[in-house]
Unconditional design. Structure first.
Lengths: 80, 631
């Protein structure tokens, strides 16, 4: 999966969760920059991505992602 | 983790947008409820909840509102959307209050807690086993373990009583999820203090205490035993956010909760309606003949259909009504029931049997009418996807499970869809099947009677009545909460509330049983009179419900005669009564005028409520065909 595809998938998941199609994630987007992306939505986001891709993040990863790009990079290595 | 037995929607997003585009709030809620009927993914559940939040907050007829407080030792916020969505699936608008993490004791006891403002109808206690079983050494003896567990249960009992007395709420207690890992292995079950053994014992004691205290059980332990603990618990989420129930389990959890709430509100289904060919047996009896259909021991397929019949009989024994709706010749269809040696279901097990070549939607209406229950009480079981689609389109209130193609899976599909969730199992449930069989005989009598008068006289009816006693509480509560048609106010109550009213000297409670020559209909009506606080000598009809099974027997007239006599003995001058129209109680719109009540207000009040008044000094009552027997 190319990085752009992963980014698109993350965008779609977050749009669905927040029912907000104006959301446009980039590699440098940070959680606090997206309206309503609170900690509960973040956990739901992680769970939805895990279900969608059939992967499981390590708990340390979930706590350490500084921006969307780091999530994309981690997924890229997990899908290899 | 079987979700509602209806396939998921491929175009969920489109349908959700379409529902949100509805401008009329009733139509919007109907569309959302229709979407909620299908199997929803984790993310779709959250989306639907968001759509629900954007819908009007006003009360909409056909969607009962209920306030549920969830108090927990764990994080539960991630579960609330699924509870609301599963509620919508049961046509309930559940307002959920989520207690602060781990603060359940304080919230229940503190008069200033926000829970007081919320005024919950129901309180769900969702606790984890860590606290209840903490500090028990693995070397503890069986007796030491019992003492610790007894204390834990005693604390729960106190919380339950507190929840009731302070909030007047019904209580749902969740069983403990066993998230422990084995210590010894198989030997764990032989060690009293081994975590898995200890939690199993705790759940046993919990169920026992809940039964004694009339607390409803949400059996999470049973669900996780069925689905596997991995489906419910994710250690990562527990460590990250103290979520004992994993987010991906939220849709299943919402269903568990909503089903119990719906059952408590009387919204569970009442009747299983079966198609015949390729549903109750394999093959087409009209083509294959009685000897050609697949049914019975000896073949796997034949046994699969037998399994469904066995399940139907078990459901009948627990009080579910059975019916048949088939495209067949009546005589041919009935032959199998009478003459097939392997048939488990007999003709007498089926309370309403409709076999013809007409439209099944019309036939389902006939069945509902004949049984005197609402269409929304029916579950329609048919192997044919075309028939299913037609019923879903024309009768959306009928539950239509998406039956799997393999008959081996039929029972699993039906049993896990939660249509018949129950919070009690009363004597009346046990006798219901016999009562419906007797009803068929009554109908036969009606057919041969020359007039209604003749029929009523021929029934040889007597009413057995008296105050609501402790022994009557379970059934009386069930009747009050399940009755939608003969229910002028749709007021609901818990067993505790009813017990309190029955014990109060100023109130009059009456329970009625109707017996005739075909049998005992059981406890089929409850009437509660309470003094009007504003006017002395006036009593208000607080609650009056009657089972649809005894409509048209003049019981409402005899019950009113009895109530008036009881009130006159207390020197009561007048009755006040209220009729609040609902989607279900149109059948008794004219109840009060027919009993001699006069309008007490010129115009309907808030929510279409109409006030009625009866002057007891001029009440003459109506002579009925019902004899009296007091108990």
């Amino acid at each position: 999966m190319a990085d752009q595809e992963i980014l698109d998938l993350l965008t779609r998941v977050l749009r669905d969760l927040l029912m907000d199609d104006s959301i446009a994630l980039t590699m440098t987007t940070r959680r606090e920059e997206v309206r309503n992306w609170d900690s509960l939505v973040y956990i739901n986001f992680i769970v939805a991505v895990e279900i969608e891709l059939g992967i499981k993040f390590k708990i340390a990863d979930v706590e350490s992602f500084a921006n969307v790009g780091e999530i994309v990079a981690k997924i890229r290595t997990m899908l290899k | 983790m079987d979700h509602p037995a209806v396939a998921s929607q491929s175009d969920f997003r489109v349908q959700l947008q379409a529902a949100l585009a509805e401008t009329e709030s009733r139509a919007r809620l109907d569309s959302l409820a229709r979407l909620a009927q299908s199997r929803l993914s984790f993310i779709e559940t959250i989306q639907l909840d968001q759509a629900l939040a954007r819908s009007a907050a006003e009360t909409i007829d056909g969607f009962a509102r209920v306030r549920l407080a969830v108090l927990s030792t764990n994080t539960i916020d991630h579960l609330l959307p699924a509870i609301r969505v599963a509620g919508l699936r049961c046509r309930l608008r559940i307002d959920v209050f989520s207690g602060s993490f781990g603060q359940y004791r304080q919230e229940l006891r503190d008069p200033a807690s926000p829970l007081v403002q919320f005024r919950p109808d129901l309180i769900l206690l969702s606790l984890n086993a860590r606290q209840a079983a903490s500090g028990v050494s693995i070397s503890a003896t069986a007796q030491e373990v019992e003492e610790v567990l007894a204390r834990a249960i005693e604390e729960l009992r106190e919380l339950w009583r507190h929840a009731r007395s302070t909030f007047n709420a019904a209580v749902i207690q969740q069983s403990y999820l066993d998230v422990s890992e084995p210590l010894f292995g198989s030997y764990d079950r032989l060690v009293p203090a081994a975590p898995s053994r200890l939690i199993a014992r705790l759940n046993d004691l919990l169920a026992h205490a809940a039964a004694q205290e009339n607390v409803m059980l949400l059996d999470l332990a049973q669900a996780s035993a069925r689905d596997g603990i991995g489906a419910w618990f994710d250690i990562g989420r527990w460590l990250q956010g103290k979520m004992e129930i994993a987010p991906q389990a939220a849709p299943a959890y919402g269903d568990l909760v909503a089903r119990v709430v719906a059952a408590q509100r009387g919204l569970s289904k009442k009747c299983l309606v079966f198609d015949l060919d390729n549903t109750l047996w394999g093959g087409v009896i009209g083509d294959d003949g009685i000897e050609g259909i697949a049914l019975g021991e000896g073949s796997a397929v034949g046994e699969a259909y037998l399994a469904l019949q066995r399940y139907a009989l078990q459901m009948k024994e627990r009080g579910v009504i059975l019916a048949v709706c088939s495209k067949n010749d009546m005589a041919v269809a009935e032959t199998a029931f009478r003459d097939h040696p392997e048939m488990l279901l007999r003709r007498t097990d089926v309370a309403a049997f409709v076999a013809n070549w007409g439209d099944k939607a019309a036939n389902l209406k006939t069945i509902a009418e004949r049984l005197n229950i609402g269409l929304d009480s029916l579950v329609f079981v048919d192997d044919n996807p075309v028939e299913r689609a037609r019923i879903r389109a024309s009768l959306p209130m009928v539950a239509v499970p998406e039956l799997p193609e393999d008959p081996a899976q039929y029972v699993h599909c039906l049993a896990n869809a939660g249509y018949f969730e129950s919070v009690s199992f009363t004597t009346d449930d046990r006798q219901r099947a016999g009562q419906y069989a007797a009803n068929a005989e009554r109908e036969a009598l009606l057919g041969t009677s020359e007039s209604m008068d003749d029929f009523l006289r021929g029934l040889g009816m007597s009413v057995v009545f008296g105050p609501v006693r402790p022994v009557d509480l379970a059934r009386a509560t069930q009747l009050i909460n399940k009755t939608n048609q003969f229910n002028p106010t749709t007021r609901r109550c818990t067993a505790e509330e009813l017990a309190a009213i029955a014990a109060a000297p100023e109130a009059v409670t009456l329970q009625f049983r109707l017996v005739d020559r075909f049998g005992d209909n059981g406890l089929i009506s409850v009437l509660i009179l309470r003094p009007d606080p504003a006017q002395s000598g006036v009593m208000e009809i607080d609650t009056w419900v009657m089972s649809c099974r005894v409509f048209g027997r003049e019981l409402e007239f005899e019950a009113m005669n009895i109530a008036v006599e009881a009130a006159r003995r207390r020197s009561v001058r007048a009755f006040r009564a209220k009729y609040v129209s609902s989607s279900k109680n149109g059948v008794i719109r004219d109840l009060y005028p027919s009993l001699g009540f006069a309008r007490a207000d010129p115009e309907a009040g808030v929510g279409g409520a109409i006030q009625w008044q009866l002057d007891l000094s001029t009440y003459t009552g109506r002579k009925t065909h019902i004899e009296r027997a007091e108990n």
